[in-house]
Design a protein around this ligand. Structure first.
Ligand code: NAD
Ligand code: DAU
Length: 365
């Protein structure tokens, strides 16, 4: 597709004040300045309105605080903004929180996704089912379950086997998105992506947590034996993949997205320690000495790996960043943007931290 042949889109991005979707909002605003861009976000603990403030002066951008479970709000937004494209990223996204309180995950990830899908179906139907309408449902590799060391990577045909309340709720939402294509012909597309990292990542996830704890001289809690493997993808690469799927993907299809960067957690933490020691001007404590093995996450999946052949061969997408280049950028971003993350270490964050880590540290002795 050449840029000259492209008609402007009117896109609704849900969860746009969160990590991945805020990166997508910036990607979209920069690459497609003629598009109308609406963000819908409930501003839960994970949503940060300040992240998008620099866009407020842009007349093509609008932020709406609201819940994806609020059907009247969604119906009116779709109509009033004449939306033709939905990129659905709003979710409860943290496995550890889903263990503490699974109800919010069922509500937002399943009921919320259903509400959006069904409102969009009614609206798309009423508009005469235009060919160019798209509904992108953004999901995770965790729906495929856990791999053994020698297993092949997840492909689009790997059976679902979610193990946490988070991944089970995402699996439920994926099935709904798929069913809306098969039953109603609605132009849904699904992506299943591996672990992202990069700017605007909420401090309680592994990579920002380690960077911030190193700066604060706080212990670096590694779950279990640290041998769990994740495949890490720089968030900017994920955004380019979502762009490719919206513009070139075939409705009804699923695309796996991964970084070709399988790493054990403990090795990743060592890499972060080395980078921080190199890039941070001064640290209270040598980072490696802060590493602490703590009680494992219940039901902790051992290994994720993504086979991203389909999106590469069909849509021409592949990651641009290696783990080395992406981590270096990310660490530098956290060093340069203390004003973004410092206010997020609120009393609520400290409560969460206590709930998740206090008993782990005690039991690890
Ligand atoms: P995040 O937790 O950083 O952001 C989620 C956003 O959704 C927040 O801004 C929050 O306020 C908003 N939100 C939550 N509930 C809402 C509701 N009911 N209504 C409206 N807004 C609501 O999440 P993330 O890590 O950026 O993940 C975004 C999406 O990508 C999720 O669907 C997640 O499952 C998927 N995903 C994430 C990763 C990853 O590594 N982070 C990898 C693969 C897929
Ligand atoms: O695989 C994609 C998924 O990646 C996304 O669907 C989720 O939304 C996203 O949160 C992420 O899930 P993880 O559970 O893999 O991410 P998290 O950053 O919480 O943990 C990464 C790994 O690090 C995991 O094996 C658990 C481990 N970990 C995590 C934390 C927060 C630790 O060892 N210590 C920690 O303190």
């Amino acid at each position: 597709m050449t840029q000259t042949s492209r008609s402007p889109r009117r896109i609704l991005i849900t969860g746009g004040a969160g990590f991945i979707a805020s990166n997508l909002v910036y990607h979209w605003a920069e690459k497609y300045p003629g598009d109308r861009l609406i963000v819908l976000d409930a501003l839960t603990y994970a949503g940060n309105r300040k992240t998008l403030e620099p866009l407020d002066a842009n007349s093509n951008f609008r932020f709406v605080q609201g819940n994806i479970c609020d059907r009247p709000l969604i119906e009116s937004l779709l109509r009033e903004e004449a939306i033709d494209t939905v990129a659905h990223l709003a979710a409860e996204s943290h496995v550890d929180r889903s263990i503490l309180g699974p109800g919010a995950f069922v509500q937002t990830n399943i009921v919320g996704t259903f509400t959006l899908l069904d409102a969009f179906r009614q609206y798309w139907d009423g508009a005469g089912k235009p060919d160019h309408f798209r509904f992108l449902h953004v999901s995770t590799d965790e729906v495929y379950g856990s791999l053994n060391p020698e297993d092949p990577a997840f492909s689009e045909t790997t059976p679902y086997a979610p193990n946490s309340p988070y991944s089970a709720s995402k699996a439920g939402s994926d099935h709904l998105a798929r069913a809306y294509f098969h039953t109603y012909g609605m132009p849904t597309l699904i992506t299943n992506c591996s672990n992202n990292y990069g700017p605007f990542h909420f401090p309680e996830k592994l990579i920002p947590l380690m960077c911030i704890n190193i700066l604060m001289g706080r212990s670096l809690p590694v779950y279990g034996d640290g041998q769990n493997v994740r495949d890490w993808l720089y968030v900017g690469d994920h955004c380019r993949a979502l762009d490719a799927v919206i513009h070139q993907g075939t409705p009804g299809e699923t695309y796996n997205i991964g970084g070709n960067n399988e790493v054990k957690n403990i090795d990743l933490v060592h890499q972060l320690c080395d980078l921080m020691a190199e890039l941070a001007p001064s640290l209270p404590t040598p980072p490696q000495s802060l590493i602490t093995f703590v009680k494992d996450r219940p039901g902790h999946d051992r290994r994720y790996a993504i086979n991203a052949t389909k999106i590469k061969t069909e849509l021409g997408w592949e990651p641009a960043e290696t783990l080395e280049t992406g981590l270096r950028k990310t660490v530098q971003w956290y060093l340069d943007n203390t004003a973004w993350w410092q206010p997020l270490l609120s009393a609520e964050y400290q409560d969460y931290y206590q709930q998740v880590y206090a008993s782990r540290l005690v039991q690890a002795g």
